[in-house]
Structure formats: C-alpha cells, structure tokens
Design a protein around this ligand. Sequence first.
Ligand code: OOG
Ligand code: MG
Length: 272
Amino acid sequence: MNVDPAPVSSVLVDPRAIARWVGLLEEAERSRAPIARLTEEAPALDLGLAYLVQTAWVARRARRAGRPVGFKMGLTTEAKQRQMGLRTPIYGILFEGDRVGEGAVVARDDLVQPKVEPEIAFVIARELRGPGIGLAEATAATGAIHPALEIIDSRYLGFAADLPSMIADNCFAGRFFVGRDGRGPSAVAPSTIEVELEKNGEPAGRGTGAAVLGDPAASVALLANLLAAVGEPLPAGSVVLTGGIVPAVPASAGDRIVARFTGFGELALRFV
Ligand code: OOG
Ligand code: MG
C-alpha cells in the first residue's frame, strides 16, 4: 500500500498551539500593538504549518472582514526579495471587507503600521487548476487586468519577517484598492505597464510590470501552482494582487499616495 507521508508539522502539531498563535495575531490586529514574530515563540514553525496558521487565522478574520475575494502574492520581485532577504514567493487571502474604494480615505489608526505599494491586479474569469499552469494558461483564464494599490500591514514589531512568520500573518495583508479601469489580456501586456509612485507630491519609486517575475501573469500561474499543492484551484472571480512592483512606502495620517500607471491613469489614497 502506498501511503503518502503527511507533512510532519500538520500531524504532530497541537491544535491548541495553532489557536494560541492565531489569538496572538488577532489580538495584535485588534489592539494595533505589534508582537514578536511567531518564529520567536515557535522555532519549529515551517512553511506547511505556517499555512495552517494562516488558514486558521483567516477563517476567524472572515467573521469580521466578510467573504474571501481573492489572493495576494508576496515577494515576487528581485527588489522585494533582496529587501526582505527572502527568496520564495508566498500568498495570502484577500477579504471583501478589506477593499478600499475609489476616493476612499484610510484611517491610519485602523492598521498597525501601514505601507503602500503599487501592484497589477488580475481578475480571473475561468478557474485555474494546477499544477503545471504556465503563462499562456494564466493569461487565457484572465478576465481583466487592473491597476491596484496594496496597503500592507504587519502584526510584527518593526515589520520583522521570515517566511513562516509572514505566511502565518497572511502575507502582511491589510487593505487593497483595485482601480475600476480594467482591460482584457489581449488589450494590455501587463509586463509593459509602467508605474510611478508619489507620496505627498514627491517621487517614491518607479518600475514596470516586468519586475514581477518577468510578467505579472507568471505570478498568477505560480499562485495556481502553489494552490494545487494544497489541492485547491484558483477560483473564477478571484482577484489576484500579483505583488508589489516597487518597495512599499510607509503611510502616516495626512499622507496622500498616488500611483500613475501607463495606459490606466492614476490611483490615489489619502490617509487620515
Ligand atoms: C512584504 C509584503 C509582501 C508583496 O507585494 O511583495 C507583499 C513587505 O514589503 O514587507 O505584499
Ligand atoms: Mg503586496
């Protein structure tokens, strides 16, 4: 009989430990008081266990933040990987209640330590089921490509990060803003989209879609393949944030952050 070995972490872990870690993250989010990263209290936290913690945490978040609407990819550019010292792309879950609309203001104090980064968002029209998804399939399954801003937040002191801690903290998801203006994949090549980020009228970074794994569609393909490893498809209707194009900029009350995307116009966010 061929029995696939389960990842050791998921069979040996004490469910009370997961509940405790989820409680720490939840309390940090609620009180806006950051905690030490989880690996400090749980050195054995590995990637598999970290995704279990993420799943348990987002299941609780869903009570307040509404229905899951998609995914965010993280660590998908060389620059971000270098900045964080982490080389593996990871994912987190996005909730409807974390969506920021056109013209919205964000209350800085609703978050622990917000930062903003420009991204390219995909809306998936047809379910993608990995493994083995490539650029062509990811592109063919895409309904529309939109400019986006992600407001990342970390529940850890000083944004301290290692892969398992970051995965457990839902990949530092905070809020997200997907621009209304979307184009089909035959009308725009996402790798050629250029973005300029500005904070309070000063340049805060510029880059192109190609910085994201060569093509942001590759980030969608990788997500489908990562989900396949846990037996899940990337569902039709999902929003996918493909990853920050330039390093995130910290946001304080009073800041106005604008991103200009070639061919799409600008997205603006104001913090109060
Ligand atoms: C990590 C945030 C991960 C991305 O787009 O790469 C992420 C960070 O900058 O601290 O959202
Ligand atoms: Mg991001």
